[in-house]
Design a protein around this ligand. Structure first.
Ligand SMILES: Nc1nc2c(c(=O)[nH]1)N[C@H]1C(S)=C(S)[C@@H](COP(=O)(O)O)O[C@H]1N2
Ligand SMILES: [Mo]
Length: 324
């Protein structure tokens, strides 16, 4: 795993999105002294996303798992330490290169086992009732963060296209546009593009499963999956597919990119689980961003990333060690 540069610790109480935006330059000036490379390079890139959104704010009192009271990961970390292999495999590559992706106009095809197939354009996507969800997010590589996402339930989108009784899975595909995605042209590119993911229908319909169009109150930066990405907070981050252009409802379990690449390492379910180690590393602990050499900010991994109360019943009778 590539190292990330250290940035100065900011007291949690000061980390509100407004502060982060308003003081961004001061923050970066402070960080500049310490962080050579990564962060500085990322910030030199043209900025994308960040248009204001109107949405219903998450309520701290919410009992459905829609809002964690844990400290939010600073905006700068969540938008500069990314995985988006279409733009390269280094954590800083997406922030540096994803501005080359055109996100307006945008079109999402919805097909397969639906009574009413069709598509959504950017205006349709931004036209859903938006709400905020403050979720934990856990990458299979054992780093984690807390992000205030803005979006709408995937179930709301699917309902519009009327899934048939044969729909048992949902298959997603990311944009694949070679000219704008330098990682796909790279000789170290390992994925058979486009990036593909999938969910079982009951997982897709679960109220925690979010289609995100924004974070920290604004539209998504390209590196985080603009203009539309999936967020499934109880699963490893690779399930949360970015920059979606196709949603297909299927009868059969779809093939996913990581499963295809290394089936013994990455399963279809990919539920966060401290008891099921990755073949090459332990999943017992995670590093919560910001995480540095001196302060790794290590904490214990929770089953279903802490969302057991909401989702454990989806998997009753399943062997989570086998269906990892
Ligand atoms: N299309 C696409 N989606 C993707 C990825 C990717 O490489 N390509 N990486 C996944 C992985 S491994 C993680 S951890 C998350 C990272 O999301 P973030 O960069 O917004 O934190 O995006 C996921 N979605
Ligand atoms: Mo990941």
């Amino acid at each position: 795993m590539p190292k990330r540069p250290s940035i100065p610790a900011i007291p949690g109480s000061e980390i509100t999105p407004e502060h982060v935006w308003l003081n961004r330059r001061q923050l970066m000036a402070a960080a500049g002294g310490l962080a050579a490379g990564g962060i500085g390079t990322a910030l030199a890139a043209p900025e994308t996303g960040g248009a204001a959104l109107s949405f219903e704010a998450a309520k701290a009192s919410d009992q459905r798992g829609f809002h964690t009271a844990e400290d939010k990961t600073p905006y700068e970390d969540a938008t500069s330490y990314c995985n988006f292999y279409e733009f390269g495999t280094d954590k800083s590559d997406p922030a540096r290169h994803a501005h080359e992706m055109t996100v307006d106009p945008w079109r999402v095809e919805v097909s397969g086992e639906v009574a009413n197939p069709g598509h959504l354009n950017l205006e349709d996507i931004m036209g859903f009732d938006l709400e905020e969800r403050v979720y934990r997010f856990r990458c299979v590589e054992a780093w984690s963060m807390v992000v205030p996402w803005i979006g709408f339930p995937l179930s709301t989108l699917l309902a519009r296209f009327e899934p048939t009784s044969k729909a048992r899975y949902v298959a997603f595909r990311t944009l694949y546009r070679k000219e704008e995605m330098r990682g796909t042209r790279s000789f170290s590119s390992i994925i058979d593009w486009p990036y593909r993911e999938g969910l079982r229908m009951d997982e897709a319909m679960h109220p925690l499963t979010l289609m995100s169009v924004g974070m920290y109150g604004k539209t998504l930066p390209n590196q985080n999956g603009a203009p539309l990405r999936l967020v499934v907070p109880w699963k490893y981050g690779f399930k949360s597919i970015k920059s979606i252009v196709s949603i297909e409802l299927t009868e059969r379990q779809p093939q996913t990119s990581w499963q295809e690449l290394a089936p013994h390492e990455y399963g279809f379910y990919a539920n966060v689980n401290p008891e099921v180690d990755h073949p090459r590393w332990s999943q017992k602990y995670e590093r919560r961003l910001p995480s540095t050499v001196f302060n790794p900010n290590r904490r214990k991994t929770k089953l279903f990333n802490g969302y057991s109360d909401q989702v454990a019943s989806l998997y009753t009778g399943m062997d989570l060690g086998k269906d990892y």
